[in-house]
Design a binder for this molecule. Structure first.
Ligand SMILES: *Cc1c(COP(=O)(O)O)cnc(C)c1O
Length: 395
C-alpha cells in the first residue's frame, strides 16, 4: 500500500520470494547457501550505496533495533572500558536507550541545537575517558533532520572515539534524495570518522518487516560482533547477532525488493516521496500560524505552531483525525505533528494540505474548545508508533 499503483506488483514479487524461502533457516549458512548469498548481496548493495571503503563489512539483522543493539555491543566490546558510556543527542532513537539498558552502557543525552540537529559542543562536553561511542542520526526520526555528522566525525577522529551513524530511517532514502539533486549534508562512509552505520531495508528499502543492516568501516571491528561458543556438545556454535534461528523469508524479501526495484525504481519512488514532502512543506509555509520544525533534508518532517500560545498544534492533529480520518503522530519538545512521506502520499498531498489548512482555521476559531484534547494528547508520547496518513501501514 505504500507504493502507489506499483504496489501490488512489488508486493507480489516479495511474496513469491518470501514463500520460496519461508521454510529455510539462516542459522546455518552452509545448509542454505542461497540465503547466505542473498544476505551477502544485500549487505554488499548497502555498502555500495553508502560508499563503504575497501575492507568495510556488514551483517543483516531483523530490524533497526537489532542493528543498533549490535553496534553498541560491538563498540562496547571493542573499548573494554570499565564504566562505558555513549554520548548522543536527545533526538536519538529509543533503540539506543534499549541498547544501553541491555548492555550496561550508560547513555548521555545532549540537547539539540536550536535547529534541532545535534549540538556537537554540547555532546563534546559529555565525553570523558570512559566514552566508547558517539552517536549521530541521518536523519533523526522526530523531525527528519540529519545531524551534523561531518562536525561530529571530526571531533570523533580528534578524540579517537568511534562514531556510529543511525541511518535506520535514511540509509536507503538519503542516497537517492541526494542523487535526485536535493541538498544532503555528508553523513555516510565518505565522511572520514564515521565508523559504523545502521540502515533499515524494511523502511525505505520497501521490504516487509524483518530486515536491516549494520555496517562497519573495518572488518576487524565487525568480527567483535559475532558470538561463538566451542564447548557445547552440539558442536561449534557461531551467531552474528541477537537471534539464533533466522527465518529465510525476510532475507529473500529484502533481496527481492532491492533487486527488483533497482536504482531506477528507487529514484522513481523516492522522487514521488520527495515531491509529496516538498509540496506539503510549501503549503505549510503558506499558513501563517504554522512552520516546519528545522530544515529536514529528506522525506520526513514535523510541523509545529509558530506561536504555541496561540495555536495548539496537537489539537490540529486531533481535528485531522476526528474530522478527516488521518492518522497523526503527535510529538513533544517541541509539540509537533510528524509526517513520514512515502510514494503513496504523492496523490493525496493536496487533500492532506487542504485538510491541514482547514483544521488550523477550526482550532484558531475556538481555541478553548480544544484545550482539553490538546493537553490530553500532550502527555501521550507516541514516539514509537510509526504513523502515517491514511493509506500507509508504514514502518
Ligand atoms: C525505525 C528506527 C529505528 C529502529 O528500527 P526498528 O526497525 O523499528 O527496530 C532506529 N533508528 C531510527 C532513526 C529509526 O527511524
Amino acid at each position: 500500500m505504500y507504493l502507489t499503483e506499483e504496489s501490488s506488483e512489488h508486493h507480489k514479487i516479495i511474496e513469491e520470494a518470501s514463500v520460496l524461502f519461508m521454510h529455510d533457516n539462516a542459522l546455518n549458512p552452509s545448509v542454505f547457501p542461497s540465503l547466505r548469498r542473498m544476505e551477502n548481496e544485500v549487505v554488499a548493495m548497502c555498502l555500495g550505496l553508502l560508499h563503504g571503503p575497501e575492507g568495510s563489512q556488514g551483517c543483516l539483522t531483523t530490524g533497526g533495533t537489532e542493528s543498533v543493539l549490535m553496534a553498541v555491543k560491538t563498540w562496547r566490546d571493542f573499548a573494554q572500558a570499565a564504566r562505558p558510556n555513549m554520548v548522543a543527542c536527545q533526538t536519538v532513537h529509543p533503540a539506543f536507550e534499549k541498547a544501553a539498558h541491555y548492555f550496561g552502557v550508560e547513555i548521555r543525552h545532549a540537547p539539540p541545537a536550536a535547529d534541532l540537529a545535534c549540538d556537537v559542543q554540547a555532546m563534546a562536553a559529555l565525553v570523558d575517558s570512559q566514552t566508547i561511542l558517539l552517536v549521530g542520526s541521518a536523519p533523526q526520526y522526530p523531525h527528519g533532520i540529519v545531524d551534523r555528522i561531518e562536525e561530529l566525525a571530526e571531533f570523533a577522529l580528534r578524540r579517537g572515539i568511534p562514531l556510529h551513524v543511525d541511518a535506520c530511517a535514511g540509509g536507503l532514502m538519503l542516497p537517492f534524495v541526494e542523487r535526485l539533486g536535493y541538498p544532503v549534508p555528508g553523513w555516510d562512509f565518505r565522511v572520514r570518522g564515521v565508523s559504523s552505520i545502521s540502515a533499515d531495508i524494511h523502511k525505505y528499502g520497501f521490504a516487509p518487516k524483518g530486515a536491516s543492516v549494520v555496517l562497519f568501516r573495518e572488518a576487524a571491528v565487525r568480527k567483535l560482533m559475532f558470538f561463538q561458543y566451542s564447548q557445547w556438545p552440539g558442536g561449534l556454535f557461531v551467531s552474528p547477532s541477537m537471534t539464533g534461528s533466522r527465518g529465510g523469508a525476510p532475507i529473500a524479501a529484502a533481496w527481492a525488493s532491492l533487486v527488483s526495484l533497482g536504482e531506477e525504481g528507487f529514484l522513481r519512488l523516492l522522487g514521488q516521496a520527495m515531491e509529496a514532502k516538498e509540496y506539503i512543506r510549501k503549503r505549510v509555509e503558506a499558513i501563517a500560524d504554522l512552520e516546519i520544525v528545522g530544515r529536514p533534508q529528506g522525506t520526513i518532517l514535523a510541523i509545529r505552531a509558530k506561536d504555541p500560545a496561540k495555536l495548539n498544534i496537537l489539537a490540529v492533529g486531533d481535528v485531522l483525525e476526528s474530522d478527516n480520518g488521518w492518522k497523526i503522530d503527535r510529538q513533544q519538545n517541541p509539540a509537533s505533528i510528524h509526517l513520514t512521506c512515502m510514494p503513496a502520499h504523492h496523490k493525496i498531498k493536496e487533500a492532506f494540505s487542504d485538510d491541514l489548512a482547514k483544521a488550523v482555521v477550526k482550532v484558531l476559531a475556538d481555541p478553548a474548545a480544544f484545550e482539553k484534547e490538546g493537553s490530553a494528547a500532550m502527555y501521550v508520547f507516541l514516539f514509537c508508533l510509526f504513523l502515517f496518513f491514511v493509506l500507509v501501514f508504514g514502518w
